[in-house]
Design a protein around this ligand. Structure first.
Ligand SMILES: Nc1nc2c(ncn2[C@@H]2O[C@H](COP(=O)(O)OP(=O)(O)OP(=O)(O)O)[C@@H](O)[C@H]2O)c(=O)[nH]1
Ligand SMILES: [Zn+2]
Length: 346
């Protein structure tokens, strides 16, 4: 591919005199346009530029050479130059990644020993869990909640297949944490609308084990997505893995004049989140009331049930009445479960 003149200029080093450090975030490319990364496939990035305007269009881009070692993920806002028309066969270049407001890290696994950022700039994590087939696993939900709170994201727990089992037990485990809970069933459109209402004006990442009904839910929310739905195996209760890379989908505008808004990011294949970097203090900070009480804990307190003199225990006892005491006890128990989820095996 022939290099344009400006591209040569860009790679020219500044003169030794008065040289400044070369950084990845160069101030050049005043002509760059900003795009939102909606998909990544083998070095090709799909972007939406002029998001929400009449000029909105999709662009395919690759990373400029100076970003070779920099990871660009779905949800990133990037600056692109070159052919940004989006015409058939056109290819633009990503020259900058804008600062991220949040990052969600995936756990290292057998195929990849490194924790990696999987989604940037999302503000809500939607944990999709079936009430049955497959059976809910609280360990997985806890890990998701910890990852989300650590990343400064809201958590929506979406309990699917309500036609198969009641939701009460799971509600009781997560509502004390302040986690928003919605319950759906695929034959009840109104239940899908309760989910949609919580996705508006947000960028939400949906995670869930195979077979929980995540694709069914996404297709109900974004019909154009046509996510492949799997078939649950009668023996294992699990579905097939039908898709592999993360993709951002826009919630459709359904009524004339209605504002779009909301991006839904599907993350097939992401089963767990990296928690090795999560510090107790940072997680605690997500719970204002507990954080305040824990200021009276001995130094280095783990805040776990066996921690000597943890101030969170007398806080439960000091509740003004029985109801408040029960609520505090449930909140503390749920919080302690999260603390241990951090160190439990994925
Ligand atoms: N009973 C019942 N079954 C459902 C419901 N939602 C989805 N299913 C079924 O559950 C199975 C799995 O649904 P999918 O939407 O493919 O699940 P997924 O989480 O996307 O799983 P993968 O496609 O493997 O990633 C399908 O057979 C669906 O028809 C529900 O509310 N109730
Ligand atoms: Zn403590």
């Amino acid at each position: 591919m022939a290099r344009s003149r400006d591209e040569h200029a860009r790679f020219a080093r500044p003169s030794k005199k008065g040289s400044r450090p070369r950084t990845k975030q160069r101030p050049e490319h005043a002509d760059a346009v900003t795009g939102l990364v909606t998909g990544v496939d083998r070095g090709r990035y799909t972007l939406v530029v002029a998001d929400g305007s009449v000029d909105e269009h999709a662009v395919v881009a690759m990373k400029a050479r100076e970003l070779t070692r920099t990871r660009v993920v779905v949800g990133d806002r990037v600056d692109v130059v070159g052919d940004t028309t989006g015409d058939q066969g056109s290819l633009a270049r990503i020259v900058r990644i804008q600062d991220r407001t949040s990052v969600l890290r995936r756990t290292a696994d057998d195929t990849d020993p490194y924790e990696r950022i999987v989604v940037a700039n999302a503000d809500q994590l939607v944990v999709v869990t079936a009430l049955a087939q497959p059976e809910p696993r609280t360990g997985m939900i806890d890990r998701c909640v910890v990852a989300a709170y650590d990343a400064g994201m809201h958590v929506l727990l979406c309990l699917t297949k309500a036609d198969l089992a009641p939701a009460d037990d799971l509600r009781a485990l997560y509502e004390p944490l302040g986690v928003d809970v919605v319950v759906t069933r695929s034959d009840d459109d109104a239940s899908v609308e309760t989910v949609r209402a919580r996705l508006l004006r947000r960028t939400s990442v949906l995670v869930g084990h195979s077979g929980v009904g995540k694709s069914t839910l996404i297709n109900a929310l974004v019909p154009a997505a046509r996510r492949a739905t799997g078939v649950v195996n009668d023996v294992t209760g699990r579905g097939r893995h039908t898709s592999t890379s993360a993709v951002a989908l826009r919630l459709p505008v359904r009524a004339e004049g209605e504002e779009h808004d909301g991006w839904v990011i599907d993350t097939p294949g992401v089963r767990s989140f990296g928690l090795a970097h999560v510090e107790t203090g940072h997680l605690l900070a997500a719970f204002e009331d507990l954080d305040e009480v824990a200021a009276d804990c001995p130094r280095g307190c783990t805040h776990l049930a066996d921690a000597p003199d943890c101030a969170l225990d007398p806080w439960v006892d000091a509740a003004p009445d029985d109801d408040a005491r029960a609520a505090r006890a449930a909140r503390l128990a749920s919080f302690r479960r999260l603390l241990t989820a951090r160190t439990a095996a994925a």
